[in-house]
Design a protein around this ligand. Structure first.
Ligand SMILES: NC(=O)c1ccc[n+]([C@@H]2O[C@H](COP(=O)([O-])OP(=O)(O)OC[C@H]3O[C@@H](n4cnc5c(N)ncnc54)[C@H](O)[C@@H]3O)[C@@H](O)[C@H]2O)c1
Ligand SMILES: O=C(O)C(=O)C[C@]1(C(=O)O)C=C[C@@H](O)C=C1
Length: 364
């Protein structure tokens, strides 16, 4: 018998989930959007088997419903679903970046005979919309589920089994604990990236050299400042209580840095870099799909015509596979920097040996 999966909001995350499930034997993937032109686009791009603007029609046929919309509209979806004639055993899940409020809402709503289990894939991108969806987005990432003590174990097992198609590692975490952790490792970093970019943007209004000289460091720490504004508005407002505490902690951290600079405490500054570097090196390695290459190095390239082509050719002739090549800066008066990305550590190691042998300066 066919299993019907409904995905509400086929954007970056909903679309990536749809691509993992569509085409698997016995699965029928239906996209839902209240906007007819979007529903039509989901089908045209081949991300879902069919699409509809009718939530009731899709939901009442569903074995699984995934809510992949901004956090601010999740509760409204839960309430609408609670008024529908859902199939017995239907599993409703979501992919929202916060878990407490949606879990509370689902507990309060009468969803029977359906079951709600909160979810959050710990993978994403600063891109958005169905155009950014990728079948590989969740590969080897963690996929958090937040079941409650009353969640039937067979429902949890059925959801986990379905999500194995994503290639992600399923972990169970309490919803409140989840929100505290992601505030520190995801929400605060997004907020800081945006504040940093806006600080530089203001300086740049009076001196355009700020933007011109911004190189790898600024780009690396601020990539996520380009994330989707509505999605992030909802996340930050929803998790504001945790974030407000973390912002205070952050301000203390900045004050400590300021004091070290005032005191010309070089030992303190280098110790902060040492402990941060040590912790960062211990972060679990994640071999992910195509949206993120982890094996990267930076190569300084003098502004000689054809140099980039020569580097790519040298790598290719030794069968070292580049997964991405990005020119970070290249102008007449500024030496260029290339960011080279590889899929494996082995390719990266071979590339570094080769490029250093050719007298290029390589950094990580
Ligand atoms: N972006 C990430 O890195 C990331 C990672 C993990 C989880 N999430 C979570 O996934 C969810 C979706 O985010 P995304 O990055 O895929 O965003 P997205 O903008 O790519 O997709 C959002 C989808 O929701 C639809 N939508 C937006 N507002 C709606 C409304 N009011 N009513 C109905 N549909 C609406 C859009 O049409 C789109 O299909 C969010 O809850 C977000 O917190 C995001
Ligand atoms: O890689 C990115 O661009 C992301 O923003 C992904 C990211 C994160 O902060 O790590 C963003 C939001 C999520 O809910 C989960 C993952």
């Amino acid at each position: 018998m066919e299993t019907t999966i409904v995905i509400c909001g086929v954007g970056l995350i909903g679309g990536s989930l749809a691509l993992c499930l569509k085409g698997q034997p016995g699965l029928n993937v239906i996209g839902h959007s209240p906007d007819a032109s979007l529903a039509e686009k989901y089908v045209r791009r081949g991300v879902v088997d069919s699409a509809t603007t009718s939530l009731r029609e899709a939901a009442e046929a569903a074995d699984f419903i995934f809510l992949c919309v901004p956090v601010g509209v999740l509760d409204d979806y839960i309430r609408q679903l609670s008024a529908m004639d859902l199939k017995a055993g239907c599993i409703i899940s979501d992919v929202g970046s916060t878990k407490s409020s949606v879990t509370d809402c689902a507990r309060a709503a009468d969803l029977k005979p359906a079951v709600f289990i909160g979810g959050h894939p710990m993978a994403g991108s600063e891109r958005s919309g169905v155009e950014a969806a990728s079948q590989h987005l969740f590969e080897n990432a963690f996929y958090v589920l937040t079941p409650e003590p009353a969640t039937p174990i067979d429902a949890l097992e059925r959801l986990s089994a379905l999500l194995r198609h994503t290639g992600a590692k399923i972990v169970r975490v309490d919803a409140g604990e989840h929100d505290e952790i992601v505030a520190a490792i995801s929400h605060l970093p997004h907020l800081i990236a945006v504040a940093l970019v806006n600080q530089v943007r203001k300086h740049n209004e009076t001196n355009g050299l700020y933007a011109s000289l911004a190189a790898g460091g600024f780009r690396d720490i601020t990539r996520i400042a380009s994330s989707e504004p509505v999605v992030w508005r909802d996340i930050l407002l929803n998790n504001r209580h945790v974030l407000l505490e973390l912002i205070e902690e952050w301000q203390e951290e900045m004050k400590r840095f300021a004091q070290m600079l005032r005191d010309e405490d070089g030992e303190g500054v280098s110790e902060a870099f040492r402990t941060a570097g040590e912790f960062r090196r211990q972060l679990p390695e994640r071999r992910k799909g195509m949206l993120q290459s982890v094996y990267e190095c930076y190569v300084d390239v003098p502004d000689h015509p054809g140099i980039i082509g020569r580097i790519a050719t040298e790598l290719g002739s030794r069968r070292i596979n580049l997964s991405n090549l990005q020119i970070i800066e290249s102008r007449e008066d500024v030496p260029g920097v290339l960011r080279l990305s590889f899929r494996t550590q082995e390719d990266l190691d071979q590339a570094v040996t080769l490029l250093e042998g050719l007298n290029h300066s390589v950094r990580f």
